[in-house]
Design a protein around this ligand. Structure first.
Ligand SMILES: [Zn+2]
Ligand SMILES: [Zn+2]
Ligand SMILES: [Zn+2]
Length: 268
């Protein structure tokens, strides 16, 4: 059995004769206000309900294999905790795997020696414009005689994410590195949208229910930058495939808006 088989959706229609569905927290029959998670688990709305910070399931002793609290205050279910990336060796192995995956699609030139630090939520948020960030890339440009002589990158990712989420966040951050290295200067919606394609790639390569959950979330995200950006770029990818998409990006480093305008106002 693969470990990810834990991530099974509960059937929402119980067989006839099995009685009303019990609350996943107190085991009593459900009635009145009910909270439903995206895995089909239900609980009375009167309970203090917490959700797993990764898979969003209701945390319960009975149905989420317990609940854990990380030292930075995040809650995680027992299933996600089992898959958590918590050490540098595992993180490094994932970095190599993700980098190979991206290079296989044509994202070449990402430096091989980037340090990935497993971080607390607070230390990531302190350096980020976003409050609930799971990953962060800091890129430093080095100059000599007013000429750019190099860039160095540092990536920080929340510790304790389940491996597939860790790798998706890492793919997102490595595509920021790729943009920096290639002089791609997009507006946030295109830049983050492109990075989200990295996460999309990781989840698409994985057949687990957990990956399907994350993919579903990306397609439904209401975030104007991350959600919209992802859907714009995903449509482009669907139409043209990775090689043509990467070529289009490199032809229009100053912004994909330019290529759209060129289509509307073609040069005579
Ligand atoms: Zn209950
Ligand atoms: Zn979970
Ligand atoms: Zn980003």
């Amino acid at each position: 059995m693969r470990i990810l088989d834990f991530f099974k959706r509960n059937p929402s229609n119980r067989e006839a004769g099995s009685g009303p569905e019990p609350c996943c927290l107190c085991d009593h029959p459900l009635s009145g206000g009910i909270v439903l998670d995206s895995w089909g688990q239900r609980a009375h709305s009167g309970h203090t309900i917490r959700f797993c910070g990764s898979c969003d399931r209701i945390l319960s002793k009975k149905t989420s294999a317990g609940a854990y609290r990380y030292s930075d205050g995040r809650y995680v279910c027992g299933f996600c905790k089992k898959l958590a990336v918590t050490d540098g060796v595992t993180a490094n192995r994932s970095r190599r795997r993700v980098q190979e995956l991206l290079e296989g699609k044509g994202f070449s030139g990402i430096p091989k020696n980037i340090e990935v630090a497993l971080s607390h939520a607070q230390s990531l948020s302190a350096h980020s414009r976003q409050s609930n960030t799971a990953g962060l890339t800091l890129s430093h440009y080095h100059f000599n005689d007013y000429k750019r002589v190099g860039i160095s990158h540092q990536i920080g990712i929340l510790f304790g994410l389940p491996k597939v989420e860790f790798e998706a966040v890492l793919a997102h951050e490595l595509l920021h590195v790729w943009q920096h290295e290639n002089g791609v200067k997009f507006s946030p919606v295109y830049s983050e949208g492109l990075c989200e394609l990295g996460g999309y790639l990781v989840y698409s390569e994985d057949s687990s229910e957990l990956s399907r959950h994350f993919l579903d979330k990306m397609f439904k995200s209401k975030d104007p930058i991350y959600g919209n950006g992802f859907r714009i770029m995903q449509k482009k990818l669907e139409r043209s495939g990775w090689p043509a998409l990467i070529a289009e990006i490199l032809r229009n480093k100053q912004g994909l808006e330019v290529s759209v305008l060129r289509k509307i106002f073609p040069k005579k």
